[in-house]
Design a protein around this ligand. Structure first.
Ligand SMILES: Cc1cc2nc3c(=O)[nH]c(=O)nc-3n(C[C@H](O)[C@H](O)[C@H](O)COP(=O)(O)OP(=O)(O)OC[C@H]3O[C@@H](n4cnc5c(N)ncnc54)[C@H](O)[C@@H]3O)c2cc1C
Length: 388
């Protein structure tokens, strides 16, 4: 998509591209040293290390167009790896609902990428129906700490996490959503057991986490007791917007076309075959339409609104598109895509194709399954009421 950039925005785009290309990883040397240096330099540019944070917390205060430019450029040139849990999920909750002590205590480490967080929402029996969660937090008789007991599941990177932001149940009476409390506590302590879950793609990224009498000081509670549902929902909207990955998909689509062009078919390439070509074209049209939705969402963000229910449209379409790119990559690689963990066979791009495809099945589950996003869109975007 082409948008007309003002001279100021063009200058900004050049500045971003220069920064990214002149600080790109050289391909050799200590990666972590380069990564830390990259964030330091981005910080010195005026909050480029935390592009989405508001100015009062050190962010750059960009316009929607500047965010759009940043997303585009970083998707093409790349940035050091980064995790969303602290930076894009917990931080906005702390900014909106945490007290000053909590903001001063946690935000600097999140910004410095020195503390890894994980998200303790889902439980066995409480995924889409998150309000069914049972992990119990009981306030001690002296009112100084909570005692947490229960089990979380699918906790991404819990085995690397230093801290968890965790939804707990502090009351069983009344409406389920009203008895939920948002707690923060360290992962490396007595009473916490992390067990790996190996997923379809063969990776260990998710875990089962058991809590037995874990003590959490009351000052680690975000906001009020019993109001955690409100904070949790806000966080999910940030999570969903982040998962759409539109700019990355635009780059991935171009890569896919190049790969299909490199696969010979008769006198031409796979991309010349009408069947394959029409699938790529259909995907491209949907991707561009989703990009427009993302721009509307960015425009809302610039006027001070947080991401709204339209983040569900982005999550739904963005993740479906990512899966379709993976599927078309496997199709382009053909049999060679199935080589698993072996040396490369056939097309260079085919190695790991099936692995990526299988891992991508999770995209339409985590952050809220697609069916649930459709419910949110029907109710909160289209205003459709449930039939009785
Ligand atoms: C790779 C991966 C990483 C994850 N990381 C984390 C994490 O870090 N932290 C965390 O807390 N959670 C995490 N999750 C959990 C994720 O949020 C849940 O898996 C998700 O919310 C779905 O819940 P569930 O697995 O219990 O499935 P269920 O809720 O049991 O759903 C099963 C099926 O029923 C459908 N369904 C459910 N409700 C409805 C409805 N109302 N209408 C129509 N269909 C419905 C669903 O769409 C789905 O197809 C992760 C999951 C995966 C796969």
């Amino acid at each position: 998509m082409d948008i007309e950039l003002s001279p100021e925005d063009q200058a900004f785009a050049t500045d971003v591209r220069d920064f990214l290309t002149s600080n790109a990883y050289p391909g050799k040397g200590d990666y972590n040293e380069w990564r830390n240096g990259w964030f330091d330099k981005a910080k010195a540019k005026g909050g480029w290390d935390i592009p989405k944070w508001p100015t009062e917390f050190g962010g750059p205060g960009w316009t929607p167009t500047q965010h759009y430019i940043w997303e585009k450029e970083t998707a093409e040139v790349g940035t050091p790896w980064d995790l969303p849990f602290g930076l894009s999920m917990l931080a906005p909750v702390l900014m909106a609902y945490g007290n000053k002590e909590q903001q001063d205590r946690f935000l600097p480490d999140i910004r410095a990428r020195t503390v890894n967080w994980c998200q303790g929402y889902s439980e066995p029996g409480a995924g889409s129906d998150l309000a069914a969660l049972k992990t119990k937090a009981e306030l001690s008789s002296d009112g100084k700490h909570y005692v947490v007991n229960g089990t979380k599941i699918w906790t991404t990177l819990a085995h690397f996490a230093d801290w968890i932001f965790c939804l707990t149940r502090t009351s069983d009476s009344g409406i389920r959503q009203e008895g939920i409390t948002f707690l923060l506590f360290p992962m490396k302590q007595e009473g916490i057991e992390v067990k790996p879950i190996i997923t379809l793609g063969g990776a260990h990224s998710v875990n089962m986490v058991h809590f037995t009498d874990v003590k959490v000081p009351v000052e680690n509670r975000v906001g009020e007791e019993g109001k955690g549902w409100t904070y949790a929902k806000g966080l999910l909207q940030h999570e969903r917007t982040g998962l759409a990955g539109i700019s990355r998909s635009l780059v991935a689509l171009e890569t896919l076309k190049e790969q299909a062009r490199s696969v010979k078919r008769g006198n031409g390439s796979l991309l010349d075959e009408p069947g394959y070509r029409s699938k790529v074209a259909e995907l491209e049209v949907e991707l561009l339409a989703t990009e427009f939705t993302e721009l509307r969402s960015l425009a809302g963000a610039s006027s001070g609104q947080g991401p709204g229910p339209e983040s569900s449209i982005l999550k739904l379409k963005g993740t479906e598109i990512q899966q379709r790119i993976q599927k078309l990559t496997v199709e382009a690689g053909g049999l060679y895509s199935a080589a698993w963990g072996a040396k490369r066979v056939g097309h260079k791009f085919a190695k790991g194709g099936m692995n990526g495809y299988l891992s991508s099945r999770a995209y339409t589950i985590y952050g809220g399954a697609s069916e649930v996003q459709k419910d949110v869109i029907a109710k909160n975007v289209l205003g459709i009421k449930r039939s009785k």
